[in-house]
Design a binder for this molecule. Structure first.
Ligand code: SAH
Length: 354
C-alpha cells in the first residue's frame, strides 16, 4: 500500500467507508501524495497523452473559434481568457500564438488559469512566461469580466459518485476496507434526491454516475457568461447522458486497478454533458458535436496541409499521424466531444451548432 493508501485506510477506520468522490479527490489532488500533485503525467513517458500534446492544430483552431466569438460579441476591451486544468500549458500557448494576428485580442485578454496542482502550475509558468497568467484554485475567483474559456480533459478528472438502482432508491458505491486493501462495496439502499430524474430512464440494477463538482463549476461558468458575455468550449470524452460504470484508472497508457496503490494512477470517468448543460443555464448550450467534426468544420484539413508543406521525412509522417489521431473515428475523433456555452441572443462559437 502507498502512503496515501495507508492514510485512506486510517480515515475509513475512523469515519467509515467513503464515497467514490472523496476517494478520487484524495487520489488525484491530495497536496502531498495526490496523482496530479506529485507529477507531470503527460506525454509518451507519462500515463496519458492529450490532444494539445498531440498537435498544435488543436489549440490553434479552438483558439481561433474563441477569438471569432470575441469579435462576434463586439470585441469587449477587457476580458478573461481562461483555461480550466491547463496541464503543461501547451493548449494556452497554442491559443495565444494562433490569435496573435487578431487585432486587439491580446491587448484585451487577461490570462486566467484554474489549477490546483502546484507541480503543474510551475510547468505552466515556464511555458507561458511573458503572458503574465493569473492562477486560481477555483472558478469562483475568476474576475467579473466577459469570460472566454476552454477546458480540455478537465471535467473527466473531477470526482464522481456512482450508484446502482435498487427499487426507487440507490445503493451507492463506497470505498471500503477489505483486509489490508481497499475495495468497492455498495451501501444499503438510500434515497438520493439528485437522481430523482434518473428514475425515468433507468431500470433495476442500472449504474449511474454524477459529478457534484462538475455541476457546480458549470453553474458558475454559465452564470458568468450569461451575465458578462463570453463563451466556453468544453472538450472531453463522454456523452449526453451518463449510463453505466465509466470509472477507470490509467497507468503508463494501460488500464489499471483503481483501488490498488492510491495516488499512482490517473482516475477518470466519462463526462455527462447533459448535466453540465443543465447546470450552465441561463447560458445557452450548443449541441454536442464530436471532436473530429468540430476540427473539420474549423478547417483542420487546410491547416494540416499548410503545415505539411513545410515538413519532410519523419516530421511529415508524424504530423499526418497526429492529424489522423485527433480526427479519425477510430482514434479520438468520435470518443471526444465538444460542447459550447454562450449567452442568449449571441451566435454559438464557430465549429459548433445551436
Ligand atoms: N487540459 C490539459 C490537461 C488535462 S489533465 C491538456 O489537455 O493537456 C487535467 C488537468 O486538470 C491537470 O492540469 C490537473 O492538475 C487539473 N485539475 C484536476 N482537477 C482539478 C480541480 N479540481 N481544480 C483545478 N484543476 C484541476
Amino acid at each position: 500500500m502507498t502512503p496515501l493508501g495507508d492514510l485512506i485506510l486510517a480515515q475509513i477506520d475512523a469515519d467509515g467507508p467513503m464515497t467514490l468522490a472523496d476517494y478520487m479527490a484524495l487520489c488525484l489532488m491530495h497536496p502531498k501524495h495526490g496523482y496530479y500533485a506529485t507529477r507531470d503525467p503527460f506525454g509518451t513517458a507519462g500515463d496519458f497523452t492529450t490532444a494539445p500534446e498531440i498537435s498544435q492544430m488543436f489549440g490553434e483552431l479552438l483558439g481561433l473559434s474563441l477569438a471569432q466569438t470575441w469579435l462576434d460579441q463586439g470585441a469587449p476591451s477587457a476580458f478573461a481568457l481562461a483555461e480550466l486544468g491547463p496541464g503543461r500549458g501547451t493548449l494556452m500557448a497554442d491559443i495565444l500564438r494562433a490569435t496573435h494576428g487578431v487585432p486587439g485580442f491580446h491587448a484585451a485578454a487577461q490570462v486566467h488559469l484554474v489549477e490546483t496542482s502546484q507541480t503543474l502550475r510551475a510547468v505552466q509558468a515556464k511555458r507561458l512566461e511573458g503572458c503574465a497568467p493569473i492562477w486560481h484554485s477555483g472558478v469562483e475567483a475568476l474576475p467579473e469580466l466577459p469570460l472566454f474559456l476552454i477546458a480540455n480533459e478537465f471535467f473527466d478528472a473531477l470526482p464522481i459518485r456512482q450508484a446502482q438502482r435498487s427499487g426507487d432508491a440507490w445503493r451507492e458505491l463506497m470505498v471500503s476496507r477489505d483486509g489490508a486493501s481497499l475495495s468497492p462495496a455498495l451501501s444499503a439502499p438510500t434515497l438520493l434526491p439528485m437522481l430523482t430524474h434518473r428514475l425515468e430512464d433507468t431500470a433495476e440494477g442500472d449504474i449511474v454516475e454524477f459529478c457534484p463538482t462538475g455541476t457546480r463549476i458549470a453553474a458558475q461558468i454559465g452564470k458568468q457568461i450569461a451575465q458578462f458575455g463570453g463563451a466556453a468550449l468544453i472538450v472531453d470524452y463522454g456523452d449526453w447522458r451518463a449510463l453505466g460504470d465509466t470509472f477507470q484508472a490509467l497507468r503508463a497508457h494501460a488500464a489499471a486497478d483503481p483501488y490498488a496503490d492510491p495516488g499512482t494512477a490517473d482516475l477518470t470517468a466519462h463526462v455527462d454533458f447533459e448535466a453540465l448543460a443543465l447546470a450552465a443555464a441561463p447560458a445557452q448550450h450548443t449541441r454536442l458535436s464530436t471532436q473530429g467534426v468540430v476540427l473539420e468544420r474549423l478547417g483542420i484539413a487546410q491547416r494540416a496541409q499548410k503545415l505539411a508543406d513545410a515538413l519532410g521525412g519523419e516530421a511529415r509522417s508524424a504530423h499526418v499521424a497526429a492529424h489522423r489521431r485527433l480526427t479519425h473515428p477510430d482514434e479520438m475523433g468520435t470518443l471526444f466531444k465538444v460542447m459550447g456555452l454562450y449567452p442568449e441572443g449571441a451566435a454559438p462559437p464557430p465549429g459548433l451548432v445551436s
